[in-house]
Design a protein around this ligand. Structure first.
Ligand code: SF4
Length: 253
């Protein structure tokens, strides 16, 4: 992206416009504006399928990034294969930790880094691989929603992180909206969903939840931790290729 293009994006106006837009409209704008330097992150759980379906209908060759930590449920990996095939996604990349760093930390923690230091475990296996993959891109699309948790309630639809735009097309969607979409488009559920796993990450850090519980309460249950860090700690760490200025006057967008 050129500096001129980055500066032409008026975040304030764009966010105001997209507050009432459908996720597909936001996603289409993002893909048309930033391709090919755009990627979508996905954890391939039940709710991920709505966004992936929307992407596949706009351009199935958009890069999808999956954080392959090595601790996914077998059901997640099987579901991922099923979804990739069904939606015809042609550009799915597994992101992995630096092997030396991972092995050293696993050894230091007796093979249970998620118990010894889950923040460091997420940093090595999720945050750092994603940071690396996002270098050189102009935009990152995420499926997070405001209603998922306290930590996500203030996200904007378009955010700028020092040269990288983060787009959250589902920011305004509720869990009900996602379920409506899945039903309307006859899309499948993750095999663990009906066993109470409403939000699914790595198996050592995911528990089923009881009816009425917060949908993310099964993640790192019993710990203070509520986020892996990719949505909360990356802002100051991303490289600075070209700094877009927010709220420029005279933007065309
Ligand atoms: S979710 Fe758990 S197992 Fe996965 S990277 Fe984070 S701490 Fe490690």
């Amino acid at each position: 992206m050129t500096v001129a293009m980055a500066k032409s994006i008026n975040l304030e106006k764009l966010n105001a416009r997209f507050e009432k837009a459908q996720p597909e409209e936001i996603l289409r704008w993002a893909i048309e504006t930033f391709s090919p330097k755009i990627a979508v992150t996905s954890s391939f759980q039940t709710e991920s399928v709505a966004l992936l379906d929307m992407v596949s209908k706009i351009n199935p060759a958009i890069q999808i990034l999956f954080l392959e930590t090595g601790w996914h449920f077998p059901g997640t990996l099987a579901f991922k294969s099923e979804i990739v095939k069904r939606l015809g996604l042609t550009n799915v990349t597994d992101l992995k930790a630096d092997p030396k760093k991972r092995e050293a930390f696993n050894a230091k923690t007796g093979g249970k880094p998620y118990e010894a230091d889950p923040d460091r475990c997420c940093q090595i296996n999720k945050v750092e691989p994603l940071e690396e993959a996002l270098k050189g891109l102009d935009a990152w699309v995420s499926g997070i929603r405001r209603s998922q948790s306290e930590t996500r309630k203030d996200i904007k639809i378009i955010e700028a992180y020092q040269g990288l735009f983060k787009i959250n097309p589902l920011a305004n969607a509720t869990s009900g909206d996602i379920w409506w979409y899945l039903k309307e488009h006859n899309l499948p559920k993750h095999p663990l969903f009906d066993k109470g796993y409403l939000s699914i990450g790595c198996w050592p850090c995911t528990r089923p939840v009881q009816p009425g519980d917060d949908e993310r309460s099964g993640r790192w249950a019993g710990k203070e931790k509520t986020e892996c860090g990719i949505h909360t700690s990356m802002k100051p760490k991303l490289k600075k290729p070209e700094a877009p200025e927010e709220n420029q006057e005279g933007s065309n967008i």
